[in-house]
Design a protein around this ligand. Structure first.
Ligand code: KIV
Ligand code: ZN
Length: 519
């Protein structure tokens, strides 16, 4: 039964989101994200595009086998082989969904598919019927729907519904639509397509003009009941609709939309951080809902207003999205018990080994930094929760650097009981560190990006380094490290990236083959 008051949240972070340039998640990382999305309460996780690569297949399969209480979708072109492979990957899911797609715009049909309109109608029907052999839950997407001829699109949708599609998705594939126009488009589809009331009408908007969230919300107001998007708005080109923004807009302006989701909004912030940490896509500070400044009040007038009455300048309570106030929580003398309690309050469940390491990190930090906030705790804990078992650990770095000396780094890594120690010069201290680590591991990597963010304010703040490395110039591995010393954070991040690279070569592939053959 379709609940007319409900907006179903379809998360495609692991599929379209992973198609962001430079992003490649391994199966373990995808599982971590899928678990968190389930905790957050999304209705559907699009776990990947199983035919795209063996790594993608394995990741989708692992997610389908493990997560419960959520629909797991696998993407497939409107081809038997894709559909068979998608089914093989998702068949063990609690609630499996095959999501098959075919382009319906003239430009795609003529130049990409080289299919006539009749052929597209026939192919869409055959694909949905083929998918229906496997599962009752079949979603059909008319790729580039927003640039398609409306009459023809309505015919395709009718054919797909006739063949058994239970969800019809209207993508704005190239982010071309304008909210008022898109709302009209959705209304027209609803009034013209026979049988549309029997299916869930979904939208999938891209952000090329910065309108993905607005278009999604306009579609909901016009009667769409499923929204597709990605956490932090990641995805092809300018990305997908930011799910956290859609969710919070629906929640905050429920007076306007009159519809609800089943999202646990206080899991949003943690989900956003996890996706950012694992994809290496740093969140811009002024990003709505999850950016560092989203709840910061800079001007005196605003600060004064918020102190007098929070709602003067805050339309959402930060706690609603799971953001703690970053209060001073623990100090040098805090014990293990208090540490563990606070982490549990923040929603972290660590294994005994992770807890040990995190506690040691906390003690070291307390020696270097007077005030330790929730944000510091989050940063060190997330540094300890590793999707990949490390081969190398950083023991120490020693740097000699300055404006008149050649930057030199000495690095010691631990590999099991072995200790590897090397020194190297470099163009700068970070370069010297990376070269010295390469000497220890015997793997030559190139740094393709390096970014740093301060976790809190103040000169003693923790620095969080996110970098990407590559050894073949094609595939990137994200490394992350935190420390009050930004060179140490860089070394940790580099070692983390190298560990992922080794894991990938030992386990044979990540999940993103660089260019998905989706369109
Ligand atoms: O943007 C798009 O059209 C897609 C489809 C595969 C749903 O990602
Ligand atoms: Zn898309």
């Amino acid at each position: 039964m379709i609940d007319p008051q409900r907006v179903y949240i379809f998360d495609t972070t692991l599929r379209d989101g992973e198609q962001s340039p430079g992003v490649s998640l391994n199966a373990e990382e995808k599982l971590q994200i899928a678990r968190q999305l389930t905790r957050m309460g999304v209705d559907i996780i699009e776990a990947g595009f199983p035919v795209a690569s063996p790594g993608d297949f394995r990741a989708v399969q692992a997610i389908a086998r493990e997560v419960r209480g959520v629909t797991v979708a696998g993407l497939a072109r409107a081809e038997k082989k894709d559909i068979d492979t998608a089914w093989e990957a998702i068949s063990k899911a609690d609630q499996p969904r095959i999501h098959t797609f075919l382009a319906t715009s003239d430009v795609h049909m003529q130049h990409k598919l080289k299919m006539s309109r009749d052929k597209v109608l026939e192919t869409a029907e055959a694909a949905v019927k083929w998918a229906k052999k496997y599962t009752s839950d079949v979603e059909f997407s008319a790729e580039d729907a927003s640039r398609s001829d409306l009459d023809f699109l309505c015919r395709v949708i009718e054919v797909a519904i006739g063949a058994g599609a239970t969800v019809i998705n209207i993508p704005d594939t190239v982010g071309y639509a304008i909210p008022s126009e898109f709302a009209r488009f959705i209304s027209d589809i609803r009034s013209r397509v026979q049988g549309i009331e029997k299916v869930i009408l979904s939208v999938h908007c891209h952000d090329d003009l910065g309108l993905a969230v607005s278009n999604s919300l306009a579609a909901v107001a016009a009667g769409a009941s499923q929204v597709e998007g990605a956490i932090n708005g990641i995805g092809e080109r300018a990305g997908n609709a930011s799910l956290e923004e859609v969710i919070m807009a629906l929640h905050t302006r429920r007076d306007q939309f009159g519809k609800h989701t089943r999202i646990k909004t206080d899991e949003i912030y943690r989900t956003s951080r996890l996706v950012s940490n694992l994809t290496g896509m740093v969140i811009q500070p002024n990003k709505a809902v999850v950016g560092k400044n989203a709840f910061a009040h800079e001007s005196g007038i605003h600060q004064d207003g918020v102190l007098k009455e929070r709602t003067t300048y805050e339309i959402m309570n930060p706690e609603l999205v799971g953001l703690s106030h970053g209060n001073l929580v623990l100090g040098k003398h805090s014990g293990r018990h208090a540490f563990k309690n606070r982490l549990e309050e923040l929603g972290y469940q660590l294994s005994p080994a992770e807890l040990n390491n995190a506690f040691q990190r906390f003690k070291e930090l307390a020696d270097r930094k007077r005030e330790i906030t929730d944000h510091d705790l989050e940063a060190i804990v997330e540094d300890e929760i590793r999707a990949v078992e490390p081969v190398y650990d950083l023991e120490y770095i020693h740097i000699s650097s300055g404006s008149t000396v050649l930057p030199t780094a000495t690095v010691a890594l631990l590999r099991g009981d072995d200790r590897l120690q090397e020194a190297s010069c470099g163009n700068g201290p970070v370069d010297a560190i990376c070269r010295a680590i390469d000497r220890c591991t015997g793997i030559n990597c190139k740094l393709s990006s390096w970014e740093i963010q301060a976790v809190t304010s103040g000169t003693d703040a923790l620095g969080e380094v996110t970098l990407k490395i590559t050894s073949d110039g094609k595939k990137n591995y994200v490394g992350r490290g935190v420390s009050t010393d930004i060179l140490e954070a860089s070394a940790k991040a580099y070692v983390n990236g190298v560990n992922k690279l080794i894991w990938d070569s030992n386990n044979g592939i990540g999940t993103n083959p660089q260019s998905h053959s989706s369109s």
